[in-house]
Design a protein around this ligand. Structure first.
Ligand code: FES
Ligand SMILES: [Fe+2]
Length: 368
């Protein structure tokens, strides 16, 4: 019998295991929306979280919103259960009060030697979003706030949408960037064949451009709203439009435009991890649609557009949650990714994020 034995010198050492993308945590040194402005009333508090860190947002009667660790320094109960008192938040239990810097400014039964306060987070409010910087606060001023697409442009109407989705944020990035999954949406979108026009990668970003070719079926109303109506005699309506999808860490954008014109649709979106294991994320999306020449028509079709996008998002949500479930059952990422754009995206998310295993070893906060 001929046993072939590989000499030890020829045996390859197993490659070190690549970091598992689904265990890469979102990097905390960025601005993340943690609530919509409308969720926080004047003189109110709101409990939110980033990757398992409880945070209270406080809106004083006068003055800007601020964000603190949602644990009283005394007995650790949530400050979000307390009340707003002037420019401070007062704990519901024994009445300790904290100002925006996190300093404890009053203990009703103590005159001096006030105790230490709580952690404060840099916080800004922009275009209906309350943004918090959960990482190293000394870096916050140097990190730019996200550009929010066309939300501030009066020539666009914006839909603000969001939901909690039970998956790691990386599945969301992959889902939006990989337009080959139009296959799943064919009931909503008709049969559309994406064509990659080009891709790019730079420092902190990955981008892909697509055009679409209709391969059959009638143009659905939803598509007409987003891509524009088929011009007479034009077989492949959407082909004239270019869709650009970009992950600019940690945000994602999707624009549809005809060369030389402003986008007809401009989406800005981010997926904020809620729990410590980062298996649940809250979506904050701003979908801006350019107002057509006939004023008011967009308002008429708006409910249709909302219903259409809801159906699409429902399909996406179901599938990414199934992906998460498959990951949990396997205990590791077994994906065989074949699409270069997504391979590039995955390496970007690994490079920009924080390896949870390594962070746990080093005892880094936020990411253990
Ligand atoms: S627990 Fe907050 S004041 Fe005592
Ligand atoms: Fe989708």
């Amino acid at each position: 019998m001929n046993h072939s034995v590989t000499p030890a010198s020829l045996r390859l050492d197993p490659a070190p295991p690549a970091p598992d993308l689904r265990r890469i945590n979102a990097h905390p040194d960025h601005w993340y929306p943690l609530a919509w402005s409308r969720e926080l009333k004047r003189g109110g508090t709101l409990a939110v979280s980033f990757a398992g860190e409880p945070i209270v947002l406080v809106r004083p009667k006068d003055g800007p919103v601020f964000a603190l660790e949602d644990r009283c320094a005394h007995r650790q109960v949530p400050l979000s259960k307390g009340t707003v008192d002037g420019c401070a938040v007062r704990c519901c239990y024994h009445g300790w009060a904290y100002e925006a810097s996190g300093r404890c400014i009053d203990v009703p039964y103590l005159r001096d030697r006030l105790p230490n306060g709580v952690k404060a987070y840099p916080c800004r409010e922009v275009d209906g979003l309350i943004l918090v910087f959960p990482g190293d606060p000394s870096l916050a001023d140097a990190v730019p706030l996200p550009g929010l697409g066309s939300v501030a442009n009066g020539r666009y109407k914006t839909r603000r949408f969001g939901r909690v989705v039970g998956c790691h944020y990386s599945f969301m990035h992959e889902n939006l960037m990989d337009m080959n999954h139009q296959f799943m949406h064919s009931k909503q979108m008709g049969q559309m064949k994406p064509r990659v026009l080009g891709q790019g990668r730079g420092d902190g970003w990955v981008e892909v451009k697509y055009s679409f070719k209709r391969t059959g079926g009638k143009q659905p109303l939803g598509e007409a709203v987003i891509f524009g109506e088929r011009r007479s005699g034009e077989q492949n309506t959407a082909e004239r439009d270019v869709m650009t999808i970009r992950t600019e860490y940690p945000y994602q954008t999707l624009r549809i435009q005809t060369e030389g014109q402003d986008p007809v649709m401009d989406l800005w979106i981010v997926y904020v991890p809620l729990d410590r294991a980062q298996k649940t994320n809250r979506v904050f999306g701003l979908l801006s649609v350019r107002k057509p020449k006939v004023p008011g028509i967009l308002n008429v079709v708006w409910p249709l557009l909302v219903a259409f996008t809801e159906r699409i998002f429902r399909e996406d949500r179901e599938i990414v949650e199934l992906e998460q479930r498959a990951f949990d059952e396997a205990g590791r990422d077994r994906n065989q990714e074949v699409f270069p754009v997504i391979r590039s995206l995955r390496s970007l998310l690994v490079a920009c994020g924080v390896d949870s295993a390594e962070a746990a070893r080093n005892g880094i906060a936020h990411v253990a």
